[in-house]
Design a protein around this ligand. Sequence first.
Ligand SMILES: Cc1ncc(C[n+]2csc(CCOP(=O)(O)OP(=O)(O)O)c2C)c(N)n1
Ligand code: SF4
Length: 299
Amino acid sequence: MQENIFKINEKEYIMPGSRACQGCGLTLAYRYLLKALRENTILTIPASCLCVLHGLYPITPVTVPCLNTTFASTAASASGIAAGLAALNKPDITVVAMAGDGSTYDMGIQSLSGAAERNTDFIYICYDNEGYMNTGTQRSSATPLGAMTTTTPINTKQDQKKDLVKIMEAHDLPYLATTSPAYPIDLYEKFVKAKRIKGTRYMHIYSPCPPGWMYPTKDTIRIGKLAVETGMVILFEIEDGRLRLTGRSKTMASKGKKQPIIQYVERQGRFKKMSIEQLNTLQAWVDRRWDDYLRRAEG
Ligand SMILES: Cc1ncc(C[n+]2csc(CCOP(=O)(O)OP(=O)(O)O)c2C)c(N)n1
Ligand code: SF4
């Protein structure tokens, strides 16, 4: 992929007036991915911050059609839209299901796995803000070890984040990619590529969230970059079984080295009650994953 800011579509698909929070990573990512997917796109979304961003009927700042659905049926809803479009012989319309981590990791994983196993022709996007944020920061299985939420009774989460991307990889999909709004060109290029491919494409967006992660709204890009630079988040794509590191993760693999995880953790209030043992365990988890992806990466 060749990174070039001038290749980004100038047209906007989110107009002013979104109801998302100031500094929301999801909104940035959404802006760029809609630019990549362009007009011929139909979305289906469950209850979430994305639903709030879309606004209350009949008013919305988003210019592509969208069907609201329930958590558990998000991928089933997309399967139905894809079947309807196939019956109408409209192969040029891209069907997109987009949901948060609560919806994807926890409540919607069954319908997602079923649709992926059938290689249904759609793009599934999980924006991962590592909690149920729309309802006030409850723990999900994407919440990292040591983070504080309103439903972790002894104040921090005691378990590691579930590796959903690996679960989706096990479905042997034609395309899977991880992205971050802190690296918009990398994100844009991956969505341009995903649109061209047929079958189930799984896109994971690590999406910083100022109120849920407890950092100042101006720091969203800095936090997103630190996630990648510490190896907490790894940018890659898997196409027909071949794994490639991309963007900053690729340059880190060849030239630099990771920063310690403390650099990422200390800037977020959600980790303020994390113990030293948890910090060391998280660092070991990050190191093991990073080494694993370095070993597997081609080109
Ligand atoms: C079956 C069901 N349970 C609970 C809710 C209440 N609810 C609405 S949005 C939401 C949080 C969703 O979290 P996530 O999918 O991570 O998206 P985010 O809010 O972080 O964007 C919850 C629990 C609901 N709408 N439906
Ligand atoms: S709670 Fe977080 S993810 Fe939701 S709109 Fe606000 S910043 Fe965005």
